[in-house]
Design a protein around this ligand. Structure first.
Ligand code: CTP
Length: 432
C-alpha cells in the first residue's frame, strides 16, 4: 500500500501541462478608491484595508462631503498613499490630478457612491476632483464601479433608479445594495455592501465569464446519518472545496445552486444554497434541482451507509456493559443516479465526480470514473484534503490524466471551472 506522500508524488509525476489561469487576483491591481458623502464612509476604511491586504495599490480620492464623515488622514494611513481631495492640489507637477490619477488605474471604485454623486455622473458634471476624474477616465481601459449607499427612500426613488439604469447603460458597473437597519433608524434597501462583499464583487468583475449561460449544481460537505436524536455518523469533510467551486463558478458567470451537508461556511455571494443533513435528503434535493442544471459537480463526501433503524429516542446505557448493535443500509449513489439520467446521457448535463482516496489515487480515480459513468472525475487524497485550505487534484477523463498541483482550494476551484468550461466547449482552447 502506498503512503500519502507516495500518492502525492504520483500526482506530481502526471502531465504538467500549463493551466489557463483566471486573472482576478487583486494583487498588483491599481485601484482608485473614491469616497463620496455618506455615513457608509466608515465602511470604506475597512474596504481600503482589505484591498491593501489583498495586494492592491489603493489611491484614495475624497469629495469634500466624504471628508465630513471620515478624515483623509485615516484613509492615508490605511492606503499608505497621500489622499487627494481637490482638483487644485498643487502636489501634481502639471496640476492635473484628474488625468494623472486615472491614466494608470485598473479601475475606479466609488464606495460609497451617494445618490447625489450618481446624479452628477449621468450628466457628466465635473465640478470637483472625483467627478472630474470619472469623466476624464479612458472609457475603454478604466472601468468605473459604484457601490451605492443611501437611505431606503432615496434608493427606491424613481430618480435614483432611473440614474442607476442610465449609469449601467453608459457602461458603469453599479453594484447592488445591502438590506437591513440603516443609520437613520429605518430598515430597508440601500446600505452599502460590506467590505468583504465588495471585494468578492471585484474578484467576480475581473473573472472571465467562461460559464456564462450555464446552471451549475454542486453538492458539498459531509452528510450526517443519525443513530438516534443526539448521535450520528459523519466524516471530516469541511465543504471548503465544494464552496470554493460554487464561488468560482459564480464568478465565471454561472447560475449556481449549492446543496450542502452540515458545514460552518458562509454562502458564497450570489449562490443559491439548500442545507441538508443526510444522504437521503441530499439525494432528494439533487433530484429536484438536477432537471434545471447543465453541469453537476458532486463534491460532497456522501456517507455510503446509514444506520438501518435510527432510534426515535436517545439510546441509553442500561448498566449491563452491553453495546448496542448497529446495522447499516446502503445510501443511494447520488452521482451515479444523476450521471445515468436521460439528460446526462443525452449530453444536456455534464457530470463531474470527485474521488477521495487514501491510496492508489490514479488507479481508483480511473476506475471510479467508469463505474460512476461521468466524463470527468477529480481525484484527491482525502486525509490531506479534508478541512485543509489547500489540496492537489488529479483530473481523469476519457483522454487521460491531468494534474492540478498543490495550491489553495480557491485557485484549484478556478482552474477546475476553466477545465470544465473547456470540456463543455464554452471556451476556445488554443493549441500551443
Ligand atoms: N457520491 C454520491 N453519492 C454517494 C456516494 C458518493 O454522489 N452515495 C459521489 C461523491 O460526491 C463523489 C463520488 O461519488 O463525487 C465518489 O465518492 P467516493 O466517496 O470517493 O466514492 P464511493 O462511490 O463512495 O466509493 P468508495 O467509498 O468505495 O471509494
Amino acid at each position: 500500500m502506498q503512503s500519502t506522500r507516495e500518492v502525492e508524488n504520483e500526482i506530481i509525476k502526471v502531465s504538467r501541462s500549463a493551466t489557463l489561469r483566471f486573472m482576478n487576483d487583486l494583487a498588483g491591481k491599481r485601484i482608485v478608491l473614491g469616497l463620496t458623502g455618506g455615513i457608509a464612509c466608515f465602511k470604506a476604511a475597512e474596504l481600503c484595508r482589505s484591498l491593501v491586504k489583498e495586494g492592491a495599490e489603493v489611491q484614495v480620492v475624497m469629495t469634500e462631503a466624504a471628508a465630513q464623515f471620515i478624515t483623509p488622514v485615516t484613509m492615508q494611513a490605511l492606503s499608505g498613499q497621500p489622499v487627494f481631495t481637490s482638483q487644485w492640489d498643487a502636489r501634481e507637477g502639471n496640476n492635473m490630478a484628474h488625468i494623472n490619477l486615472s491614466r494608470n488605474a485598473d479601475a475606479i471604485l466609488i464606495a460609497p457612491a451617494s445618490a447625489d454623486f450618481m446624479a452628477k455622473l449621468i450628466h457628466g458634471k465635473a465640478d470637483e476632483l472625483l467627478s472630474l476624474m470619472c469623466l476624464a477616465r479612458p472609457l475603454q481601459t478604466v472601468p468605473l464601479i459604484l457601490a451605492p449607499a443611501m437611505n431606503r427612500e432615496m434608493w427606491a426613488h424613481p430618480a435614483t433608479q432611473r440614474n442607476v439604469a442610465q449609469l449601467r447603460a453608459d457602461g458603469t458597473h453599479v453594484l447592488g445594495v445591502g438590506q437591513g437597519e440603516q443609520a437613520c433608524g429605518e430598515t430597508g434597501d440601500g446600505r452599502m455592501l460590506e467590505a468583504e462583499e465588495i471585494v468578492e464583487e471585484l474578484h467576480a468583475f475581473w473573472t472571465p465569464k467562461v460559464l456564462q449561460g450555464q446552471h451549475v449544481l454542486i453538492t458539498a460537505g459531509p452528510t450526517y446519518e443519525a443513530i438516534d436524536p443526539v448521535r450520528g455518523i459523519t466524516n471530516l469533510s469541511s465543504g471548503k472545496m465544494g464552496f470554493a467551486i460554487a464561488r468560482a463558478a459564480r464568478y465565471a458567470g454561472a447560475q449556481v445552486s449549492l446543496i450542502s451537508g452540515p458545514v460552518s461556511l458562509p454562502t458564497p455571494r450570489g449562490v443559491d444554497r439548500v442545507d441538508v443533513r443526510s444522504a437521503l435528503q441530499m439525494h432528494d434535493a439533487v433530484q429536484m434541482a438536477a432537471p434545471l442544471a447543465s453541469i453537476f459537480i458532486a463534491a460532497a463526501a456522501v456517507a455510503d451507509w446509514r444506520p438501518a433503524n435510527a432510534a426515535g429516542q436517545k439510546i441509553k446505557k442500561d448498566g449491563s456493559g452491553e453495546t448496542p448493535e448497529l446495522s447499516f443500509v446502503e445510501n443511494p449513489d447520488i452521482l451515479a443516479t444523476v450521471a445515468h439520467s436521460e439528460r446526462a446521457q443525452n449530453g444536456k448535463l455534464f457530470c463531474v465526480g470527485f474521488a477521495a482516496e487514501s491510496h492508489d489515487l490514479l488507479m481508483h480515480a480511473t476506475a471510479k470514473r467508469v463505474r460512476k459513468g461521468v466524463p470527468l472525475l477529480v481525484g484527491n487524497i482525502g486525509p490531506s484534503a479534508f478541512g485543509q485550505d489547500d489540496n492537489a487534484l488529479l483530473l481523469v477523463d476519457a483522454k487521460g490524466v491531468k494534474e492540478l498541483p498543490r495550491d489553495t482550494k480557491t485557485k484549484l476551484a478556478q482552474d477546475l471551472v476553466l477545465e470544465i468550461a473547456k470540456r463543455i466547449g464554452n471556451i476556445e482552447v488554443k493549441k500551443t
